[in-house]
Design a protein around this ligand. Structure first.
Ligand code: ADP
Ligand code: ZN
Length: 765
C-alpha cells in the first residue's frame, strides 16, 4: 500500500510513501505521520491511499503521530478549499486546521500516578503505624492521586511504595484530563420562555413546530393536531443572519438552537471573537448543557489555554465526548462529527480574519463548512457586516430580526457634540466639551458610573517641533511615534520600537527646547480627568495598563463593585461588558477611526459607536451617550446616533456600489514587500504586467476585473519593509484565485522581495 503525504513544509506538492507491514491497517486518510525527506525527518498528513505509486524507489513511512487518524476527511476537504480560495500552499492550510498542541508528538495526555487499593488476598498483614494510616486513607478512597495522598497523609512516596511491595496497592500512571474551567462552579440553567421575536427566529432556524426542549419551553407553538412534526417541518434553509441589538436575546436563541441540534444527534460549534470569550460567556453554555437531557461536555478552544489543555479539549471533541465547542477563530476546524450547527457570534468582527497565511476568514469558512456538511449556520450581530446584510437582503441568507431588547429597555439617548465649537471656545482643550464635563459631574453627584472611550493609547499621538516642523517618526515604519508619559518613552505602535523622550528638537540645526505633543491618547484623558475631577476615582484600561494576566479581571471586578467612578479605555472596554450602574458613556474622539485609508472606515466607525453606546443604560436608569466629533455630520456618526442600522446600510451600499467595493465585488490584495524600495516598486510593476497578460487570455468570468495599483501601501513602511500593493476587484473570486495561484507558482521575484496574497482582506494598511 502507498500513502500520499502532504508534508509540513510548504512545497505545494504531495509525496508518495510506502506503508511498512508493521503499520498496515493503521494508516488512513488524515493520519499524521513522520517520514524521511532527504536526510531529514518531517511530519506530514496522509491525504490519500493508493495500491501503487507511479514513482520508483519510494521510501517507507517511519511512524504514526497520534493514535487516531487526526484530520477527518471532511476537514481535509475544507483545508483544500481554503488553499484554493485563499491562494495559499495546501500544506499551510492543512497545518492550520489542527492545533499545534495536537500536531506535535511531544504533547499528549497528561499522565499522573494513581494509587489504587487491590483486592485483598489472604490475611491482612499487621502494619507499622505510619503505613497503617496511609492504608486507611487509600482503603477509604479506593483510588487517589499519589500527589494528593502524599499531601493528605503528610507522608513520603517511600512509605507508599512499601504498601505496594506488600501487594496491597497498585501505583500506575493514568491519564488525568486537564480542564481549564475545573475551578469554576457552574449552576445549571433552564431554557427561557422566548418572546415573540425570538420564537419567530427560532422557528425559522429549526423549522415550525420545533419540539419542546428540556423542561418545556412553552414559547413554541405545538404542531398542528394530526400532523406529525416531520410532515410539517420544512427542511431548514442552511444559512441565517440574526440581526439583533445587544440584549435582544440572541444568545438564548443560540442555546435553544444547539439543543435542537443535539436532539437530532448532531453537535455544534460556537465561534466568538477572542476578546469576548470570557468565562461568563463560556459559563452560559456550560450551564445549559452540564446536566439534563442534552448533557454533554462543552469544549473550549482559544489561545489563552495551555498547550496541554488545548490537546485535551481537542481530543474530547474528536472522541465525541464534547458535542459542543465554543472558541475563537480556529475552532471552526473542530472535528465535531456529525455537525448540525455553526454559530458565528459578532460576525462583523475583523478578528475572524487570520492575518497570516492561510489568510482565511472564519465566518466565510463557517458558511462553506456548513454547506459541505449540511449544517445550519447562524451569523449573529447587532451591526452586521455590509457583506452579510447584503447577502441576507438578496436571499442568500434568511434574515432574522430581533429589534428590541428583551427587557424592553430603551436604547440610550445619543448626543453628538461638535468639537470644533469646543476648540474655538476653549483654546487647546479638545478633550472634554462643556456638555460632557457637566454630564460627568452629574454622574459623580448621583454616584453613577461613567465609561470614556478613546481608541488611542499612550499620552499624545505625535511629537512635533513648532519651529522647524520636525516630527518624531519611527525609524522602521512610516508613522509617528506615540508619547507615553507615564513610562517616559516614545513608542511605535506598529513595530514596538521604543526610545527616550527628546528634551529638545533633535534636528541639529534647530534644537528648539519647546517641542510640542499633539493628539490625545488614553493617558492624557486620564490625566485631564484627575485634574478636572480631583475627587473622582479614575482607572485606565488599555494594553499598557493591563500588563498582567489578572489586571483585566481585577479592574472589571472593581468597577462592578463600585470602586471606580470613571473607567477610561480603548477597544478593550467596547465589547460585551454589562454594568447596570453605567449611565454615561463618552466617546472622546469619534472621528479618529473615520480618517483611515480604508473603504470600510465608515462601517467600522458605525460599529464601534453602536457597540460603545450599548454599554450605557443596561440597568434601571436610562443611559446617555456623548459622541464628540470634529465631523459631527458624518453619516456613520449620524446613523449611529439614531440607532439606524438599515439607514446606514443603504447609504453605505450606495457608496460601495459607485466604487465597486465589497459587497458588490470581492477584493484580492497583493502586497510586495522588501527592504529596498526600488526593487519592491519594480516587482510590483512587473507583477501588474504579468496579471494583465494572464487575464487577457483568461475565462470570460474575469471580464469584470478591476486592477488598481501598484501604489504604495497606506502604511508604506512597516518594520523596515517597504510595501507596494495591487488591488484586484471581481465578482468571480474563485476564478481569480485559481488564476493567481498559477501566477504565484511561476512568478520570479528579485531576491529580498516577497509577495503576499490576501483574498477578502479586512485590513488595507
Ligand atoms: P444578546 O445575546 O442578544 O446580547 P442575551 O441572550 O444575552 O442577548 O439576552 C440578554 C439578557 O436577557 C440575558 O440576561 C438573558 O438571560 C435574558 N433573556 C434572553 N431571552 C429571554 C427571555 N425570553 N425571557 C427572559 N429573559 C431573557
Ligand atoms: Zn515602527
Amino acid at each position: 500500500m502507498i500513502a500520499r503525504v502532504s508534508l509540513e513544509i510548504a512545497l505545494r506538492k504531495e509525496f508518495d510513501y510506502a506503508i511498512p507491514p508493521v503499520l498496515a491497517g493503521q494508516i488512513n486518510v488524515g493520519t499524521r505521520v513522520q517520514v524521511p525527506f532527504g536526510a531529514r525527518k518531517i511530519y506530514g498528513t496522509v491525504t490519500a491511499l493508493a495500491a501503487e505509486s507511479a514513482h520508483a524507489g519510494i521510501k517507507p513511512i517511519f511512524k504514526i503521530i497520534g493514535a487516531q487518524s487526526l484530520v477527518t476527511p471532511k476537514i481535509l476537504k475544507l483545508a483544500r478549499w481554503i488553499a484554493d480560495y485563499y491562494c495559499c500552499a495546501p500544506e499551510t492550510a492543512l497545518k492550520s486546521v489542527l492545533p499545534e498542541a495536537v500536531r506535535k508528538k511531544e504533547e499528549g495526555w497528561k499522565k499522573q500516578l494513581f494509587v489504587r487499593a487491590l483486592p485483598s488476598v489472604g490475611d491482612f498483614p499487621p502494619l507499622p503505624k505510619r503505613q497503617q494510616q496511609v492504608w486507611n486513607i487509600i482503603e477509604e478512597r479506593r483510588e487517589i492521586l499519589l500527589a494528593e495522598l502524599l499531601a493528605l497523609a503528610e507522608t513520603t512516596a517511600a512509605t507508599v511504595r512499601k504498601l505496594e511491595d506488600r501487594g496491597l496497592i497498585d501505583i500506575t500512571p493514568e491519564i488525568s484530563e486537564r480542564d481549564p474551567y475545573a475551578r469554576e462552579h457552574i449552576l445549571p440553567s433552564q431554557p427561557l420562555l422566548l418572546n415573540a421575536a425570538q420564537t419567530a427566529a427560532l422557528e425559522k432556524i429549526c423549522g415550525p413546530g420545533v419540539p419542546r426542549i428540556g423542561q418545556g419551553a412553552p414559547g413554541f407553538k405545538p404542531p398542528d393536531a394530526g400532523a406529525s412534526p416531520s410532515s410539517i417541518r420544512h427542511p431548514p434553509s442552511p444559512v441565517f443572519l440574526l440581526h439583533g441589538v445587544t440584549g435582544s436575546g440572541k444568545t438564548e436563541i443560540y442555546l435553544q438552537a444547539i439543543a435542537h441540534s443535539l436532539e437530532q444527534g448532531k453537535g455544534a460549534i460556537v465561534l466568538v471573537p477572542e476578546i469576548s470569550l470570557t468565562p461568563q460567556t463560556v459559563e452560559r453554555f456550560k450551564a445549559r448543557f452540564s446536566s439534563g437531557k442534552w448533557q454533554t461536555l462543552v469544549a473550549v478552544l482559544h489561545s489563552r489555554l495551555s498547550a496541554g489543555e488545548r490537546h485535551d479539549e481537542w481530543h474530547k471533541i474528536r472522541q465525541g465526548r464534547a458535542r459542543i465547542v465554543i472558541g475563537a477563530r480556529s475552532a471552526i476546524f473542530a472535528p465535531v462529527e456529525p455537525l448540525g450547527l455553526v454559530i458565528v457570534d459578532e460576525e462583523h468582527e475583523t478578528s475572524y480574519k487570520q492575518e497570516e497565511a492561510p489568510r482565511y476568514h472564519a465566518r466565510d469558512v463557517a458558511i462553506v463548512r456548513g454547506r459541505m456538511e449540511n449544517a445550519v449556520v447562524i451569523l449573529g450581530s447587532a451591526t452586521p457586516s455590509l457583506e452579510s446584510y447584503y447577502n441576507a437582503k438578496n436571499g442568500k441568507y434568511t434574515l432574522l430580526e430581533l429589534p428590541e431588547r428583551v427587557d424592553d429597555q430603551k436604547l440610550p439617548r445619543v448626543r453628538v457634540v461638535d468639537l470644533r465649537q469646543t476648540a474655538m471656545k476653549e483654546r487647546g482643550n479638545f478633550i472634554f466639551s462643556p456638555q460632557l464635563k457637566e454630564a460627568i459631574h452629574l454622574r459623580l453627584d448621583r454616584r453613577e458610573q461613567t465609561i470614556l472611550f478613546l481608541n488611542r493609547r499612550g499620552y499624545s499621538t505625535s511629537l512635533q517641533c513648532e519651529k522647524c516642523g520636525y516630527v518624531a517618526n519611527c525609524p522602521n515604519c512610516s508613522i509617528s511615534v506615540t508619547y507615553h508619559r507615564i513610562e517616559q518613552k516614545v513608542a511605535c505602535h506598529i513595530c514596538g520600537f521604543v526610545d527616550k523622550v527628546p528634551k529638545s528638537c533633535p534636528n541639529p540645526k534647530c534644537n528648539n527646547p519647546a517641542i510640542r505633543f499633539s493628539g490625545t491618547g488614553t493617558q492624557r484623558v486620564e490625566e485631564t480627568l484627575l485634574r478636572l475631577f480631583p475627587d473622582a476615582r479614575v482607572r485606565r484600561m488599555d494594553s499598557d495598563a493591563m500588563k498582567r494576566k489578572d489586571d483585566y479581571r481585577k479592574t472589571l471586578g472593581d468597577f462592578r463593585a463600585g470602586k471606580i467612578d470613571i473607567l477610561v479605555g480603548t477597544q478593550m472596554i467596547a465589547k460585551g461588558l454589562h454594568f447596570p450602574n453605567v449611565t454615561l458613556v463618552g466617546i472622546v474622539h469619534a472621528d479618529s477611526a473615520l480618517h483611515q485609508p480604508d473603504f470600510r472606515a465608515g462601517e467600522r466607525t458605525f460599529q464601534l459607536l453602536t457597540q460603545v453606546a450599548g454599554r450605557a443604560g443596561r440597568g434601571d436608569v436610562e443611559g446617555e451617550v456623548f459622541v464628540q466629533a470634529f465631523t459631527p455630520f458624518h453619516p456613520a456618526i449620524q446613523y449611529a446616533r439614531r440607532h439606524d442600522f438599515t439607514g446606514f446600510y443603504h447609504q453605505e451600499l450606495e457608496f460601495r456600489q459607485q466604487l465597486k467595493y465589497p459587497p458588490l465585488s470581492r477584493v484580492a490584495l497583493l502586497t510586495l514587500k522588501g527592504r529596498n524600495e526600488d526593487k519592491v516598486k519594480f516587482s510590483a510593476e512587473h507583477l501588474r504586467k504579468v496579471i494583465e497578460s494572464t487575464v487577457r487570455g483568461a475565462p470570460m468570468d474575469l471580464r469584470d476585473l478591476i486592477l488598481s495599483g501598484p501604489a504604495p501601501a497606506p502604511l508604506l513602511r512597516a518594520e523596515q519593509f517597504y510595501r507596494h500593493q495591487i488591488m484586484l476587484r471581481t465578482r468571480a473570486m474563485s476564478k481569480l484565485s485559481a488564476t493567481l495561484a498559477r501566477i504565484v507558482a511561476s512568478l520570479v521575484l528579485p531576491e529580498g522581495v516577497a509577495l503576499s496574497v490576501d483574498v477578502d482582506p479586512v485590513e488595507l494598511a
